[in-house]
Design a binder for this molecule. Structure first.
Ligand code: F6R
Length: 614
């Protein structure tokens, strides 16, 4: 969702900004733009609907000189994606230009006031209101840009990450954030600004993450200055980035999504590294060690997340209830935050988020904290907002996930939840030593088993051809496989735009069975588990109605093979670990169907990687 890039230094800003925008493309956007100060009292703003490459094309004949500039990818909220609504936005006098991520909730009231003062608006955006407000405050109070931003932001309700440049001052960028991420990269005689570290990493590994209501005063040849809305100055806290550049490249794969699917044997090893000690058959998570008593005395676990992370949460529910015997509720963050939930001070809240920036999950965390609950974050992006706003947590350590459809982050979330459940179960004395050791040792075998499944890629690609005709799909699973049915359906929807529904297999006969005919592909997860025989009965029900069955089975499965039209065989594992294996062929199936349909797999329409608005 919207991306910000900024540069001030000795180099020409334009190529750095464009490269930065390309790095942020994965977040999802529909238009882009750039503002440059060319050093001759000219603030140039260029914008284009569509891809960053469209912006580059339209800038080919333009003046793109200047050593200071800001650039933006926009994911439309207020007003359709077009050149006018794209950022940057000029102020009325064209002395200022602003880019913005987030939503100004009181923009209508502010706009009405500005119209009364004689301001006119070109776009439908809330962003243009903000830059006009800043100019109005600057002119009417006769103050400098920093003070104007500070005063204007005090009037704003909503979320923002902003960057502003001023024609009259080519040595300055002002940036600020609230509930939307922003990082300043510190180079030698130069500064970079970005929504996340990906545009910064090739120039410097030193970054400062802004906190809510902080303003960065980024001046040429001056140290970075950070001040909050109440004018308190703060020493910038420099974080060293561990990410490497190759993690942001496709590494020979056609798409990031395919690369990330194939990375999973390694990423899961990385996720377990230092946590599972195979020799001692032990698992420790540093985020739990420091808060052992909380976990031992937990009355209930509440898991909050959105989308794919919510599916990981559902698996967490099964794991915690089975192993720890703690009651668990899993909620969409967006529902939780608005429904007056009952939260006890001895609840443990687990917030799951790949990006660590999902606005609804952040708001749900605040609600839980206000009610006195202990909040544990499971996140992938190091230094993102959720880990910084939770009491403790675990990183998934899978490296940047660029493909919009989450794959490797999901399996790592499930792995962290499994390690947590085993760790807490042991601390609470709720699991036998034998079971604990067995499951742990089998968890260590999962990466190798995933590698085996990945060898089926050519077969799954071949199979995908059979299904490109379909307009609808049903995915079924029971027990631990039910969340995987949901996840398989979501993956297919997101990237192929084929409608798909995930259902608990037994629920079929309560309604969805009416949809089954010879046209309807039904993907059934029918691995050997405690509900295997029941799932077979469900397959028979579909078969009787001529549905086309693609079954995910374990090797040497005869019963399902005899009924299914197509099968994909995966290795056996413990029931609670089966989701980590059965999801892999479903990721590959969605990927290949989407490719065959000519979809933009890494950047599917309308989707954003980091959903920073509610
Ligand atoms: C699906 C997907 C989304 C995210 C959801 C939450 O492939 O990626 O459903 O899972 O937007 O995002 P995070 O995990 O960043 O909070």
């Amino acid at each position: 969702m919207c991306g910000i890039v900024g540069y001030i230094g000795k180099q020409n800003a334009y190529p750095i900004l464009i490269k930065g925008l390309h790095r942020l493309e994965y977040r999802g956007y529909d238009s882009s733009g750039v503002a440059l100060l060319n050093g001759q009292n000219k603030l140039n703003v260029y914008k284009a609907k569509g891809r960053v490459s469209d912006l580059e094309e339209s800038c080919a004949t333009k003046d793109t000189l200047g050593t200071v500039g800001i650039a933006h990818t926009r994911w439309a909220t207020h007003g359709e994606p077009n050149n006018v609504n794209a950022h940057p936005h000029y102020s009325q006098s064209e002395n200022l230009a602003l880019i913005h991520n987030g939503i100004i909730e009181n923009y209508a009231v502010l706009k009405a006031g500005l119209i009364n003062e004689g301001y006119t608006f070109q776009s439908e955006t809330d962003t243009e209101v903000l830059i006009q407000l800043i100019e109005y405050v600057k002119v009417s109070n006769n103050v400098d840009l920093y003070t104007a931003v500070q005063l204007a932001l005090k009037q704003v309700i909503g979320a923002y990450a902003i960057a502003i440049i001023e024609n009259a001052n080519p040595d300055l960028i002002i940036a600020a954030r609230k509930s939307s991420p922003l990082a300043v990269g510190i180079g030698k005689d130069e500064f970079f600004l970005a929504s996340d570290a990906s545009p910064i990493i090739e120039y410097t590994n030193k970054v400062v993450y802004l906190e809510d209501e902080e303003i960065a005063i980024i001046q040429r040849d001056e140290p970075l200055k950070i001040v909050n809305l109440n004018n308190h100055e703060k020493t910038p806290q420099i974080t060293k980035l561990e990410m490497n550049l190759s993690a942001l490249e496709k590494g020979g794969y056609e798409h990031f999504m395919l690369k990330e699917i194939f990375e999973q044997p390694r990423t899961l090893r990385d996720c377990m590294r230092g946590r599972i000690n195979v020799e001692n058959n032990n698992v420790t998570l540093s985020g739990i060690i420091d808060h052992k008593a909380k976990f031992q005395n937990a009355r209930r676990i509440l898991i909050l997340a959105c989308g794919t992370s919510w599916h990981a949460g559902l698996i967490g529910e099964y794991l915690f209830e089975e192993f720890c015997r703690i009651p668990v509720e899993v909620e969409y963050s967006s529902e939780f935050r608005y429904r007056h939930p009952v939260i006890f001070p001895d609840d443990i809240v687990i917030a799951i988020s790949q990006s660590g920036e999902t606005a609804d999950t952040l708001a749900a965390i605040e609600l839980a904290k206000e009610a006195g609950a202990f909040v544990y974050g499971i996140c992938n992006v190091v230094g993102s907002s959720i880990p910084r706003n939770t009491h403790s947590g675990s990183y998934t350590h899978v490296g940047p996930e660029i493909g919009v459809a989450s794959t490797k982050a999901f399996t790592a979330q499930v792995t962290v939840l499994t390690m947590m459940a085993l760790n807490i179960a042991k601390e609470r004395g709720a699991i036998s030593q034998t079971r604990y050791e067995q499951t742990l040792s089998e968890l260590s075998n999962v990466p190798a088993k995933i590698k085996e499944i990945l060898e089926l890629n050519p077969l799954i690609e071949d199979l995908s051809k059979t299904f490109t005709y379909a307009h609808n799909f049903i995915y079924l699973g029971r027990g631990y496989s039910y969340p995987i049915a949901l996840e398989g359906a979501l993956k297919l929807k997101e990237i192929s735009y084929i409608h798909a529904e995930g259902y608990p297999a037994a629920e079929m006969k309560h309604g969805p069975i009416a949809l089954i005919d010879q046209e309807m592909p039904v993907v059934v997860i029918a691995t050997h588990d405690s509900t295997y025989e029941k799932t077979i009965s469900n397959i028979q029900e579909i078969k009787a109605r001529k549905g086309r069955i693609l079954a995910i089975v374990n090797k040497d499965d005869d019963k399902v093979r005899a009924m299914a039209d197509f099968i994909i065989e995966i290795p056996e594992t413990e029931e609670c670990l089966a989701p980590l294996l059965s999801v892999i062929p479903l990721q590959l199936l969605s990927y290949h169907i989407a490719v065959k349909k000519g979809r933009d797999v890494d950047m599917p329409r309308n989707l954003a990687k980091s959903v920073t608005v509610e």
